[in-house]
Design a protein around this ligand. Structure first.
Ligand code: LUZ
Ligand code: MOS
Length: 759
């Protein structure tokens, strides 16, 4: 298999992003004026000093918005430009335009707030809950009767779980360039996962019909969910600038502005109660998730149900209650991030199992194995689980890790060593594939075959380094029988494929490669019919494969793909096709919280081992063994990159990255020198094996890959916790992610109580 040609460009630094687009001399550069605290108001802005700073400076405020000054796609609570009250630190109050970026930034620093008054701020979700500050009413999913089931349990354990947020740290920060057009519209090149989403927001802000707004997305330097919803504001600000000045406007955040003003993974604070039989069978589980939604609705109402759907992870539990509450605080509006609330949900049940295992005096793996989903189980949201791969992947992973010997080896090591301790943990996964909002599970494609046999494929998919373009090219090439090198996947534009959804929910390839395939099948049918006519053969005997027409299975050397295409053009055959795909079989009753919200699930298991320095609290990860349910891989190198990258990002969230806000709502880790990311030294040796049973539901028998393996990172948390318990068996279970060396040390010295809530 050839390599994805994008990889070479990425590795050599030759890929171009928005900031690499050629700039014209008339282009204006934008800088933002941000709110100075978590909550407050002002009477007006004093822009005199900014305007006087240099010729050509302009300041745009809410009153300059010709349309509706609103970014939200649900509850209207997120003005693009503040109208006098701000609700989080980093909210945009004004846009400053200038002939150069540095002038714009310096002028922005001169904008003053007149009549500033700070107001009380809430940063803690439970406090917001106590004050009744909710985004929407809580949601609850139930199965059976947990309250009644506890009576039949031998052990019942309760606990509290904290998980911190996570910064996306996409390599390319948020940005856009907007160009006015002579018909009163705009064209915007945006770093977004959702060009159509940006199109509708820009149209709303400018008060234009959508056909006067074109969005183009070439490729992104990463997104991870951060540009699913939150690219719109930056694109709309640039568009407003272009609309008001008649000049192209570039808005590109620097890293600190990006870290301050854009949403991240939601922090959660949760309570659980779990009841088990002595043999480890889980009879009942309850959880209350307090989601720190931040200051605006954003995607929180879509993220909460995914937390609930993943409340039981890969386990069948007969009695479940899971309640999710979206708490409104004065932090930046939190948003989509790889896993979309799922990892936060999985962490809670895994903490409950860890604590229950302690109470029962057994290895958590015993409880995990005992309760894995089986074929035909009905989940707590009413979905009948089929093609279940929980036990297959779990057992394979345990075998590869030689779990029994591993445990015995660790016990022997820990008995012989006082200064270092080893630990190990496993995490099975079961991740639902489909947008939880059913409407979003649709996509389109437009395929042109040019008269020389080269192929142009457009879809709604956005390439963000994840390789979706490669997968679409492979599927299109295979379907058409055209050589892979003749297929070009185009930039994503609202004028080629309309009304698309964000490339998100791991479904980019599932939806868009499928749509491309449908379009390619249509074109191929026409080419095959023509070839059959030319060769006097029955159409059933004719095919197009590996660059040639075949008749009766034999390649026709004179009818290469390009040759039959040339003939088609001569014969006035349409060489273009548009197609549409909508994921079948999805339905969900939001009132009853019951249905089939997912097309299928992705399974897998990870085992991680760690060695802890008992004096310092520092640790290193030794090995990660992963068995991942990839089904038939469209491109194994792309998929391997996704699994390894997701695991690294998950391990960073679970152990290393500390998104720390102070009590006044100020982000303390707002640069890459204070926010620590995983690097090659942090990562363990990785042994990733693909579980390759085909998935006939999806294009090329494949499975979605982007998000599920993120959750494997949680195994790192529990591996370190396992080592900590070996060092200090009388210490409490503590469930407060990330497991930083600082927390590990406080645990070892017995001083954790002050640092961890709910101990
Ligand atoms: N976005 C979304 C997502 O709107 N709905 C989802 O279910 C989802 N899941 C994962 C990532 N993004
Ligand atoms: Mo998303 S968290 O952009 O799939």
């Amino acid at each position: 298999m050839k390599r994805n040609p994008d990889s070479a460009l990425n590795v050599m630094g030759k890929t171009t992003y928005i900031d690499d687009l050629p700039e014209s001399t008339e282009m204006l550069h934008a800088a933002i004026v941000c709110s100075p605290s978590a909550h407050g108001r002002y009477e007006r802005l004093d822009t005199a000093a900014a305007l006087a700073y240099a010729p050509g400076v302009r300041v745009l405020e809410a009153s300059d918005v010709p349309g509706q000054n609103e970014l939200s796609t649900s509850i209207p609570d997120e003005p693009m430009l503040s109208t006098g009250e701000w609700h989080f630190r980093g909210e945009v109050l004004a846009l400053v335009l200038a002939p150069s970026r540095s002038v714009a930034r310096r002028a922005a620093a001169l904008v003053k707030l007149v009549g500033r008054e700070d107001l009380p701020a809430v940063v803690d979700p439970r406090e917001a809950y106590a004050q009744g500050k909710l985004i929407m009413a809580p949601r609850t999913q139930r199965l059976g009767d947990p309250e009644a089931a506890y009576a039949d349990c031998d052990v019942v354990v309760t606990g509290r779980v904290e998980s911190a947020g996570q910064e996306h740290v996409y390599l390319e920060t948020q940005g856009a360039v907007a160009y006015p057009d002579d018909a009163g519209g705009v064209r915007v090149v945006s770093s977004t996962q959702s060009p159509s989403g940006v199109q509708s927001i820009v149209a709303r802000i400018l008060g234009l019909p959508m056909n006067k707004v074109e969005i183009e997305t070439r490729r992104l330097g990463g997104a991870f969910g951060g540009k699913e919803d939150q690219a719109s504001g930056w694109a709309a600000l640039a568009a407003l600038g272009a609309y008001r000045t008649g000049k192209p406007v570039k808005l590109y955040l620097n890293r600190r502005d990006d870290m301050t003003s854009t949403g991240k993974r939601h922090p959660y604070s949760s309570d659980f109660k779990i009841g088990l039989k002595k043999d480890g069978t889980i009879l009942a589980f309850e959880a209350d998730y307090y989601q720190n939604a931040g200051a605006a609705t954003d995607l929180s109402p879509a993220i909460i149900p995914r937390t609930l759907f993943h409340a039981a992870n890969a386990y069948h539990i007969p009695n479940v209650r899971a309640t999710g509450t979206m708490c409104r605080t004065n932090l930046v509006p939190f948003t989509a991030f790889r896993g979309f609330g799922g990892p936060q949900g999985v962490f809670v049940i895994e903490c409950a199992i860890e604590k229950a295992a302690r109470a029962l005096g057994v290895d958590p793996v015993k409880i995990q194995r005992k309760n894995l989903l089986s074929e035909g189980d009905v989940s707590h949201y009413g979905m009948r689980m089929d093609d279940v791969r929980a036990t297959d992947t779990f057992s394979r992973c345990m075998d590869k890790a030689k779990w029994t010997e591993l445990r015995a080896g660790i016990a022997a090591y820990n008995a012989a060593n006082a200064a270092t301790k080893r630990g190990a943990a496993a995490i099975p996964i079961c991740f639902g594939i489909s947008f939880t909002k059913i409407m979003l599970n649709q996509g389109g494609a437009l395929v042109h075959v040019y008269s020389d046999g080269s192929v142009s494929v457009s879809t709604g998919a956005v390439e963000m380094g994840q390789g979706v373009g490669r997968k679409i090219a492979v599927v299109s090439s295979r379907t058409l029988g055209a050589p892979i090198d003749s297929v070009r996947v185009e930039s994503t534009r609202t004028t080629t494929v309309a009304n698309t959804v964000a490339t998100a929910a791991s479904s980019g390839a599932d939806i868009n490669a499928m749509a491309a395939q449908v379009a390619c099948i249509e074109i191929k049918k026409r080419l095959v019919a023509l070839a059959a006519k030319l060769r006097g053969a029955a159409p059933e005997a004719v095919d197009l494969r590996d660059g040639y027409v075949t008749v009766g299975g034999v390649a026709d050397g004179e009818l290469s793909f390009a040759a039959i295409v040339a003939k088609a053009f001569e014969n006035r055959v349409d060489l273009s096709a548009h197609a549409f795909y909508a994921t079948p079989g999805l339905h969900y009753d939001m009132k009853a919280e019951f249905g089939t919200p997912f097309y299928y699930h992705v399974y897998g298991c990870a085992v991680v081992t760690a060695t802890l320095d008992v004096i310092r609290g520092s640790y290193r990860f030794d090995d990660a063994i992963i068995v991942h349910d990839i089904a038939e891989s469209i491109d194994p190198l792309v998929d391997m990159g996704q699994v390894e990258g997701a695991f690294a990002q998950g391990l960073g969230w679970a152990c290393l990255e500390e998104l720390k806000f102070d009590d006044a709502g100020r982000l303390l880790a707002d640069t890459l020198s204070t926010y620590k990311l995983p690097d090659a030294h942090f990562m363990p040796r990785m042994d990733v094996e693909f579980f390759t049973k085909p998935n006939p539901k999806v294009v090329a028998n494949s499975k979605a890959v982007g998000e599920p393996p993120f959750i494997y990172g949680l195994a790192g948390y529990f591996a370190v916790l396992d080592a900590l318990k070996a060092a200090r068996p009388e210490g409490p279970s503590f469930h407060d992610l990330p497991m930083t060396p600082e927390k590990a040390m406080l645990f070892l010295t017995g001083d954790l109580g002050a640092a961890v809530k709910g101990l």
